[in-house]
Design a protein around this ligand. Structure first.
Ligand SMILES: CC(C)(COP(=O)(O)OP(=O)(O)OC[C@H]1O[C@@H](n2cnc3c(N)ncnc32)[C@H](O)[C@@H]1O)[C@@H](O)C(=O)NCCC(=O)NCCS
Ligand SMILES: Nc1ncnc2c1ncn2[C@@H]1O[C@H](COP(=O)(O)OP(=O)(O)OP(=O)(O)O)[C@@H](O)[C@H]1O
Length: 201
């Protein structure tokens, strides 16, 4: 069974992903893959440089993530240009990692994909698990974690689909507004149900 873990920015996907890792599940992490495919010297990074210019390359040859973030979270046209170049590369590597884990005998694989709904990747997974937060908590946590102003944080939030749309498309939702222990409890209940069902089938 492939479980797609998603949610909006700063909803708590990495927090839940860490819990799943501790439980022993293998994870394919789209944010990590997104870093891998733009390593210095990669073809994808060369294409991004061709799009946005030399200014987005740091002296050590790596991508200036802060600069690219400022560009794409404030301008939908630039975001689309980046997505068109980087998303195909991310998809290929995620599929490769998923196959490797399945071939190694893992029966359950977690795919942590922040933009699962935006990129219409539901077909890549059997179950969709959405981590949800209230708008208030999301804004507060994003500003704190990334040291962003309210305006910057709101630009990032509005570059994604609304939380409600993601909840509607979910097989299960974790409400990550309370204590971490409550989140863990919800996760365990959902996994129990899905594991029971998959052994019945
Ligand atoms: C713009 C970049 C350079 C900013 O890097 P930074 O280190 O500041 O953020 P990080 O990569 O950790 O992403 C944080 C979160 O931002 C959101 N986000 C990232 N890219 C996008 C995007 N293109 N559209 C909407 N939201 C996005 C996701 O919720 C993600 O979890 C980076 O996010 C990137 O390369 N984005 C394009 C690849 C992508 O779409 N990644 C998302 C998972 S497929
Ligand atoms: N239940 C919680 N209570 C308080 N803080 C939390 C809780 N869950 C997560 N956080 C904090 O909120 C922030 C966002 O969580 P996390 O990084 O897991 O989100 P994310 O969905 O992975 O974000 P992104 O989409 O940017 O990768 C982090 O600083 C995290 O420590």
């Amino acid at each position: 069974m492939i479980i797609g873990l998603t949610g909006s920015i700063a909803s708590g996907k990495s927090t839940v992903s860490e819990m799943l890792k501790e439980l022993g599940y293998p994870i394919v992490d789209a944010d990590k893959v997104a870093r891998l495919v733009v390593e210095p010297g990669s073809e994808t990074l060369q294409e991004i440089e061709a799009l946005f210019g030399k200014e987005i390359i740091l002296p050590d040859g790596s991508m200036d993530r802060k600069k690219v973030g400022e560009l794409i979270f404030n301008d939908p046209a630039s975001r689309k240009k980046l997505n068109d170049v980087i998303h195909p590369a991310i998809r290929v590597e995620m599929i490769r990692q998923r196959s490797e884990l399945l071939n190694n005998g893992h029966e359950i694989v977690i795919m942590d994909i922040p933009l699962l709904f935006e990129s219409r990747l539901q077909h890549m997974v059997d179950k969709v698990l959405v981590v949800s937060v209230t708008e208030e908590n999301q804004l507060k946590r994003l500003m704190e974690r990334n040291g962003l102003t309210e305006k910057e944080a709101k630009a990032r939030i509005s570059s994604q689909l609304p939380m409600s749309v993601k909840e509607e498309g979910a097989d299960a939702v974790i409400y990550n507004n309370g204590a971490i222990e409550e989140t863990k409890w919800q996760l365990n209940r959902i996994l129990e149900q899905w594991r029971e069902k998959s052994t019945e089938e």
